[in-house]
Each structure stands twice: as C-alpha cells, then as structure tokens.
Design a protein around this ligand. Sequence first.
Ligand code: PEP
Ligand code: MN
Length: 335
Amino acid sequence: MIILLKKNANQTQIEHLKESLTSMGVQLNVSVGQSHTIIGLLGDTSRVDIDMLNALEIVESVQRIQEPFKKANRRFHEDDTIIELENGVKIGGGNFQMIAGPCSVETESQIIEVAQAVKAAGATILRGGAFKPRTSPYAFQGLGAEGLRLLSKAKKETGLPIITELMDAAHLSLFDDVDIIQIGARNMQNFELLKQLGKINKPVLLKRGLANTLQELLTSAEYVMAGGNEQVMVCERGIRTFETRTRNTLDLSAVPVLHRITHLPVVIDPSHATGVAKLVPPMALAATACGADALIVEVHNDPAHALCDGAQSLTPEDFAEMARRVKAILPYSMR
Ligand code: PEP
Ligand code: MN
C-alpha cells in the first residue's frame, strides 16, 4: 500500500501518521521526492483502514500495490535511484556510464591493457569475470581469487571502479575491493544468494534471466532491497527466443518499460544479447537512444584468442569507435 501525501503536509502531522501506522505493525518506507512525500507500507496491512487514511487532511491518495515488488516500484519512490560509487561515478537519474572489459580476466597484461584502452575511450567502469558461470564444466571456469587480485591491480593502475560476478555467497569475503557485484542471468532467481546481497552495503547489478519476465526481474531485485540493500541496477542481456541468428534476443523495449515501473537504473548488455561483435555497436547505440542508464560491453585485446566469449568481444579500437558514436547520440536519448 502507498500513501501519497499532499505537497503542504506538515512535519508534525507526518510524524503523527507514521507513529500510528507503525503501531499497527507495518514497516514504513518513506520516500521524499521532488514533488511529493510517499509513505510505502510493507508487511501485513490488514489492520490499516484505507477510508480512515483518505479522510486525513495531509493525505492526497492511498493505493494498494498489486505487483509483488514494492521497494523497486516507481510508485513507492518516484525519483530515479542514482547509484554512486566510491570514486564519485554515478549511474541513473540522467548519469550515463559505459562499463567495458573482457568477459573473463585471463592475465595481468590482458586486464591492464584492456582497462587502459577502454578508459581512454571513455569507459568509467571496468568489467571482468573471475568466477565464470559456464554451460560446460570443461570450459574455462575463470581465475577465481587470482582473477579478483588482477582486477584490483587494474583498478589501482587506472582508477577505474570494477564490476565482477559473484556466484557463491561463500566468496563474498574476497569481494571487498569490488565496486559493483554482478549477479548473472543464471543466478537471477538464486533467492538465497539474493538474500545475502541484501545484507551488504555494495551496489548490485542484477541481470535478467534467460527466460524471465520483467516482473520476475524486479521481484528478484526486491529480494536484495527487502534485506536493506537498495543499491540495485537491473540489466537486460537478451532473452531466449526461437531466433537462432543471434545468441539471444535483445529486448530493448525493456528499457522504457522498466523506467516506467521501477526507479532503479537500467543497464543494457549488447554483448551477451547478440553474441556477435559486429552486432554490438548498433545495439549499443539503440540502447543509448532509448534511454539506458549504462551499457556493459565485452572488450578484449585479442578476441580471436579469448578464453571466453571472443566472438562477441570488441577490439579496443572498435570499442573506441562505438563509444564515440554513443557519446554523440547521448544528448538525444529518450531518458
Ligand atoms: C557475463 O557478463 O560475463 C555473463 C556471464 O553474463 P550473463 O549472466 O548475462 O550470461
Ligand atoms: Mn561473457
């Protein structure tokens, strides 16, 4: 349930209302937006009398929320969430960023070379997988803890914040220096993992599952937020359809749809969506135009010999050209 307060609601009356709601056993989520204050009610609202609330002088309207996601819901929190990293880089609410780097961290020279190249082209966050979710148990599984150490080294060398995937909550202690934790498509509904992320104070990038709806994506984001960690971004990375010419099908309408129903930043991954390097720049441009808050793009200094996802990895030169075009169309973005 959400209670929209009148613009001129005074603070004493608001406090009084909050106390009386709390005494009914519901949890409150108060969002002070640019135009209105919204009080979101979480938990069992059966004792809350809607007619009584509507009759209060400071209440503009009361609505029941049908969707199973509340904290992630735009109706609960009208202003865009802005994720701010330790070095001041912001994502969301008009702040657009390019995240780039290899699928997997392979060697020190590889990650540092790629980090320097993507930074020079305008990327502000470095990606690189250390723990890799591979379909085959015989495929390269990532360097693990050593990969995280190399990412930290690249962060130190370039000043770029880092994002990498967490697959097992038991590894969390290794992620102290990581700026954004990625939860991959295959773990979007690993609810125990999501609950663990609710307990930490670090931004999370949650990728849409291969066959999940946007509502399910937001309900998974809600798992993290319900635990107390509200720094969540959601990422469309292509879904599985009957089409086989691309690795997945990029659902670009997810961008404007998500922006309507959630305040969380929306990120697009054109690399896993298409699986083909040549298709990445056009989709990255389209994603920018339709209002994505960030792009996450795979870049490798030697795609032909990459240990993972070489076919969809851009060379640093191709990334620089793509970044130039992205920056050119950014002022026309529908955001
Ligand atoms: C990745 O980003 O390297 C990755 C494995 O992505 P996804 O979970 O979207 O497949
Ligand atoms: Mn990959």
